[in-house]
Design a protein around this ligand. Structure first.
Ligand SMILES: Nc1ncnc2c1ncn2[C@@H]1O[C@H](COP(=O)(O)OP(=O)(O)OP(=O)(O)O)[C@@H](O)[C@H]1O
Ligand SMILES: [Mg+2]
Length: 280
């Protein structure tokens, strides 16, 4: 569905995407993960043809993203919201629908569907500027869906969203996958990628560091389950080869107060690959 081959893009002298190669298969949710400034949003803008690569080649459904025909198949929910604060949800969706050539009863049916889909029907006559963070993100998603695209790019669709709206967005995204849409999903939240994504790519400084299913990455990057024991009120990680032997030893000595295990997860893979230094 999407194929990036050695794509590079710089803002002036700042190399934001560096020989990036990615393949996204039809019908999958592909998680694009990376620290702040890694180049995720730039990659999204390149994929929708809003930026043009300096080097490399890319295809969406076998064609250049700049082709008008391709644009009709692609929907984007940008990280910096695309919607207008001074318009109502209804006004926003009518505007986006018209931009994609919808009018008359087709436009009103689509607006009604989109409002219902993101649960904004009852607030559709209030201006978007008065919405909560979650409602704004839901409206941003609805705007991306107006022309019923097959390929969706969702750039941090849950940024600044509370638990209820987040869950509602997850359900929306799962429903879109059931409908057969292909989705690129960028996020900083590893548990979101674990829940939603079929495959993920981890990028940093514009380069792809790893790509695969979460299971493949956990296996490949050698992250192990960890065991922590509380002894004398302090928790410490068990570092021996056989955690069960260590725990039974501590238990029979009467030293073990509590223990817990931490499953190998995507967050560990991410931190191992991108480092633990702060990115501001
Ligand atoms: N319009 C711009 N002009 C100049 N530099 C930019 C612009 N947009 C992004 N950059 C720079 O390009 C690099 C990649 O930024 P980008 O926004 O693509 O990263 P990101 O992975 O989406 O980050 P975040 O997680 O913070 O959204 C960063 O160094 C950023 O400062
Ligand atoms: Mg971004």
């Amino acid at each position: 569905m999407l194929n990036f081959k050695n794509i590079s893009f710089s803002y002036g002298s700042n190399l934001a995407v560096d020989q990036l190669s990615l393949q996204v298969n039809p019908g999958e949710i592909y998680g694009l993960l990376g620290p702040n400034g890694a180049g995720k949003s730039t990659a999204v803008m390149l994929a929708v043809g809003l930026l043009t690569p300096d080097k490399g080649s890319m295809e969406v459904n076998g064609q250049s993203p700049a082709e008008p025909e391709v644009r009709q198949q692609v929907g984007v929910a940008p990280q910096s919201l695309s919607t207008y604060e001074e318009l109502t949800a209804l006004g926003n969706l009518q505007f986006f629908g018209k931009m994609y050539g919808l009018f008359g009863s087709e436009l009103s049916e689509r607006v009604e569907w989109a409002l219902e889909f993101v649960s904004l029907s009852d607030r559709c006559k209030d201006i978007a500027g008065s919405y909560s963070g979650g409602m704004k993100r839901r409206l941003n998603l609805a705007a991306a869906l107006m022309h019923d695209p097959d390929f969706l790019l969702l750039d941090e669709p849950t940024a600044g969203v509370g638990p209820q709206s987040r869950n509602s967005l997850f359900e929306n995204i799962e429903e879109l996958k059931r409908q057969g849409k292909t989705i690129i999903y960028t996020t900083h939240y590893m548990e979101e990628a674990e829940r939603l994504c079929d495959r993920v790519g981890i990028i940093d400084k514009g380069k792809l560091l790893a790509q695969g299913t979460i299971q493949e990455l956990v296996k490949e990057y050698g992250v192990k389950d960890r065991v922590f024991a509380t002894i004398g009120g302090a928790e410490q990680e068990l570092t021996g080869k056989n955690h069960i032997d260590e725990l039974s030893q501590l238990q029979s000595n009467g030293q073990l107060e509590h223990f817990r295990t931490e499953r190998a997860n995507l967050e560990q893979v991410f931190l191992n690959l991108t480092g633990r230094k702060l990115r501001d």
